[in-house]
Ligand binder design. Structure first.
Ligand SMILES: C[S@@+](CC[C@H](N)C(=O)[O-])C[C@H]1O[C@@H](n2cnc3c(N)ncnc32)[C@H](O)[C@@H]1O
Length: 500
């Protein structure tokens, strides 16, 4: 290898025009996690390793523990400040890993790391431009709306040798972020085997968001006709990660990424309905308000849409106009400021739109606001058939939408039917004990005591289907019984409604 990284130069001066990395992305990987990822990848005595954003060298230490010599490890970081662990690899600092110029076409047998998780839009140029121009496997630039971890993952795949392995600590969103869909497809198409381990609790101290560990083995540049095996599992801790992966190795039963064969009396939620997060305003303080605030500002009700904004708003089995009126009367924040063209010239609307940020106006520089063609037109999901909170401490229940025009913000998930059936049936199916057990397994616990499930996880839940005798009253009663902890009575009622 002949260039600055691969040629073994110890430290490269940071080119003047390369900005320093944001502090927000300098979260270092705990040693036990780094060591587990390295062990899951394994060394074969001659593999060439790459760590594309080595920071303080948590993964380099893990490789040293595995007795991988420094001459077989290459490491890069944008940060120029040297660290004592730099001696464990051939290190290039002050280098943007995503910029193509630093590396020759030599490939690596193992790529390991915890890339920065920062929205590409938030990077400064030239980092932003370079990251946004990263190509997905199908030749498209990923764009500034993607995240840096995704650019790193794609670039790592490009640098893998045939048969190579990649191990990365990624954000939980990597499993469902829409900008990364092609990358996920590429993993299934280009690797013999992909394991995704979700952490039920964040493995990083103080972190609120979840993580997954991706282990991909057997890279093939040409792709394959049929997808390789992809297995997902939830782990409670780093020890559990190692234990589960040992158990998988020992088991000869093949798992695959196609939905588990369903018996004819069940369906995956995702086959019946799309589960998405609700509307992202970009500045909740400005766009969401209570009735008393609306009156205080003198804004006409025509400038608003009703929106559910809290978990408790989706805690009823049905949400009707009467419920909304009650929430509005109770001064709950259920009004979303989204003036249609017809009211833009209204004096008070015009004044509110022009209000400077420091006096309570919109933070127009916020990413989600700035990226809209009309900054005050929050994009809305199609009218939802139901709402569900992904973050609750109790049982997950669908609140069926009985109110045309009602939407929800991103604290909640919105559910749209993909085919003709009664929403009530899906809602009853999710209450079945079998579905509740799956949901409990898929949920992550957060240090704060909250439990969270992601839309993809909810979509993969198998529910009994068809539901033969669902009734509004039966559903309301079942929800109430579950909420009060009367599981036995609730299950009896739910099974009567399922009817098989
Ligand atoms: C989340 S930290 C991880 C550090 C280390 N891999 C670990 O796990 O402990 C991300 C690292 O990426 C580096 N970084 C950010 N942008 C980069 C870029 N474009 N090229 C190379 N390194 C970058 C940061 O300096 C930081 O050290």
């Amino acid at each position: 290898m002949s260039n600055s990284v691969c040629g073994g130069t110890k430290t490269t001066a940071r080119p003047r025009e390369v900005p320093v990395p944001a502090e927000a992305c300098r979260v270092m990987t705990p040693d036990d996690l780094a060591s587990a990822v390295a062990r899951l990848l394994g060394d074969d005595g001659k593999a060439r390793w790459l760590e594309p954003s080595h920071g303080d060298g948590a993964f380099l230490m893990a490789l040293r523990e595995m007795r991988v010599p420094a001459r077989r490890v290459w490491a890069v970081d944008l940060h120029t400040k040297r660290h004592p662990n730099d001696s464990m690899a051939q290190v290039s600092r002050g280098v943007d890993f995503l910029a193509r110029h630093w590396v020759d076409p030599s490939r690596f047998d193992r790529i390991i790391g915890n890339p920065p998780y920062i929205a590409i839009e938030k990077l400064r140029d030239p980092l932003r431009q370079v990251a946004a121009n990263t190509r997905d496997p199908y030749g498209h630039a990923i764009g500034a709306r993607a995240n840096t971890w995704y650019a790193f993952m794609l670039r790592c795949v490009q640098l893998l040798a045939t048969g190579g392995r990649m191990g990365m600590v990624l954000p939980a969103s990597s499993e469902y972020a829409s900008y990364a869909s092609q990358g996920r497809r590429c993993l299934a198409d280009h690797f013999d085997r992909v394991d995704l381990f979700r952490f039920a609790m964040p493995p990083f101290p103080d972190a609120q968001d979840g993580n997954i560990v991706l282990i991909a083995k057997g890279y093939r540049r040409s792709g394959k006709r049929s997808s390789g095996t992809l297995r997902r599992s939830t782990v409670k801790s780093v020890d559990d990660l190692l234990a589960q992966s040992r158990a998988r190795k020992a088991s000869s039963r093949p798992h695959c990424n196609r939905p588990r064969r369903l018996n004819q009396n069940e369906r995956c939620v995702g086959e019946l309905a799309a589960v998405r997060i609700g509307a992202v305003t970009g500045d909740a303080k400005y766009f969401l308000m209570t009735e008393s605030r609306r009156r205080e500002l003198g804004l006409p009700i025509r400038a608003f849409r009703f929106a559910l904004t809290k978990s408790k708003h989706a805690s009823r089995p049905f949400v009707s106009r009467k419920d909304l009126q009650a929430m509005r009367d109770a001064d709950d924040r259920v009004l979303l400021f989204r003036p249609p063209d017809g009211v833009l010239s209204h004096d008070r609307v015009d004044a509110y739109l022009r209000l400077p940020h420091r006096y309570g106006g919109c933070a127009k520089r916020n990413l989600k606001v700035a990226s809209r063609s009309l900054w005050h037109r929050t994009p809305l999901p199609a009218i939802p058939d139901g709402f569900v909170s992904g973050m609750t401490s109790g049982e997950l229940m669908i609140s069926i939408n009985k109110c045309p025009g009602l939407t929800a913000t991103n604290t909640l998930f919105v559910i749209h039917k993909l085919c003709e059936f009664e929403m009530l049936d899906l809602a009853v199916g999710i209450l079945a004990s079998k579905a509740r057990r799956q949901i409990a397994r898929k949920r992550r616990w957060y240090p704060s005591g909250l439990m969270k499930i992601e839309p993809t996880e909810l979509s993969s839940v198998r529910i009994p289907w068809p539901i033969r005798h669902a009734s509004r009253q039966g559903y309301s009663n079942a929800c109430e019984l579950l909420q009060s902890g009367s599981y036995k009575e609730a299950d009896g009622l739910i099974w009567d409604m399922i009817g098989h």
